[in-house]
Design a protein around this ligand. Sequence first.
Ligand SMILES: [Zn+2]
Length: 160
Amino acid sequence: MISVRVGIGIDVHRLKEGRKLILGGVEIKHPLGLEGHSDGDVLTHAIIDGLLGGSALGDIGVHFTSNNRSYSGISSLILLGCALDKCINSGWRPAFLDATIIAQSPMLTPHVGDMKNEIARVLSLPDTQINIKSTTTDNLGYIGNGEGIACHAVVTMEQT
Ligand SMILES: [Zn+2]
């Protein structure tokens, strides 16, 4: 009987002026922020897709449609909490997650601890069960050009 699953989440958002940069629920000082219907939190969106994927519940677009006005500007941490409830209701909960943010700038390492704390709080996971890291593309491609930020997340799910 299968009691553990793995879900993957991948997301990309465009950087633009006039937006706050929010990653893992943490506001980071930067001249550009991430475009999006919500707060554009690409890390949290990738984690949501990992959770939903590991629970065989589709993806973020199915559960939180971008034409729903109630999600306009919403903190993605609220969506993460809703996604967690959906997973638990279907019999699955996260046991461990690992995520990589891919961004040329700003330097994200100093903010990773705060991001972990926020995600751990919403998921009710010890922060030892969460790993968040960042990398660049060595100035290559749209991420290296500063056009956007991407994130990959892998979430291990266990049966409740
Ligand atoms: Zn997104």
